[in-house]
Design a protein around this ligand. Structure first.
Ligand code: ADP
Length: 265
């Protein structure tokens, strides 16, 4: 596996919102496993990409899901014309070669899958490949980072305490209004005034969380709306498509969101 595909040749755009860069650097200096906590679409993935670039390390990202097995992480024997051969999974590749491994939405994976990361997250920094009969010692540059959204997880999908206590945590939230408008203007390539209006909609929508909306409009949704507007689609329709229609199936909440959009535009 050629890890050059997993290196960033250009700096990913990341707008810091606090001193998370310094905190990450301290964590990385000690190779502490990290949990990034925060709502969907608030910048966690972009932050890890930026940090991987800044530290000059390859980044191997995996979106977790409930069908994921331990073999999907560590690897498996596969049959080809010459017989069976072992293929390292992405976690094993990262551990052997010294990449940062980012498990996005880790609670989506079943708990019996997640336990394979345990030996990598304590002082042993080892990964047993039981089927192959090998124990991989992690490369000195290897770091494990996971993300999860504490907001809407059911109790069936939470991190086991024995997993959670192996990680240091960085908390994320949507950026403050000035930073978020800057991000949206940059990412969607729109005027600052329009970006500020979109952020205003998002901030009002987030108040609806108290009325049953699982999540408010994310920074990512604002970027989508901005891109559609830049493309020439009327602002109201862009917001409907990228935000109100996308975020909920509940007609009352959708109407409430639509009212916010109409009032802000
Ligand atoms: P998460 O991983 O938290 O679900 P992402 O990192 O994918 O969210 O963020 C969604 C989008 O929002 C990114 O693609 C980027 O355009 C934008 N974004 C959010 N926060 C930032 C930030 N602080 N700096 C730069 N872009 C950001």
């Amino acid at each position: 596996m050629d890890l050059s595909d997993y290196r960033f040749s250009a700096e990913p755009y990341y707008r810091p919102v606090g001193h998370e860069i310094a905190l990450y650097e301290h964590a990385y200096a000690h190779r502490l496993p990290l949990i990034l906590k925060g709502p969907t679409g608030c910048g966690k993935t972009r932050f890890v990409e930026y940090m991987a670039w800044r530290l000059g390390k390859p980044l191997i990202t995996l979106a977790c899901n409930e069908d994921m097995t331990a073999a999907d992480l560590v690897g498996r024997f596969l049959l080809d014309a010459d017989g069976t051969h072992w293929h390292d999974g992405p976690l094993t590749v990262a551990a052997r070669r010294g990449a940062i491994c980012y498990l996005d939405e880790v609670v989506e994976a079943r708990q019996d899958t997640t336990v394979v990361i345990h030996p990598l997250t304590d002082s042993r920094r080892k990964l047993p490949l039981d089927r192959k009969g090998e124990v991989v010692t992690a490369h000195p540059d290897f770091q494990l980072v996971v993300s999860y959204n504490p907001g809407y997880q059911s109790s069936a999908k939470s991190l086991k305490p024995s997993t959670r206590q192996r990680f240091a945590a960085l908390e994320f939230d949507y950026p403050d209004a000035t930073a978020e408008a800057e991000i949206v203007a940059h990412e969607a390539r729109i005027e600052p005034a329009l970006a500020a209006t979109l952020v205003d909609i998002a901030r009002h929508s987030r108040a609806l969380r108290a009325r049953g909306l699982d999540e408010g409009v994310s920074t990512r949704m604002l970027v989508y709306a901005g891109v559609l507007i830049r493309d020439g689609l009327p602002a109201a329709e862009s917001c409907h498509m990228a935000m109100t229609s996308a975020i909920t199936d509940d007609p009352d909440l959708r109407q409430a969101l639509q009212d916010i959009v109409d009032a802000c535009l």
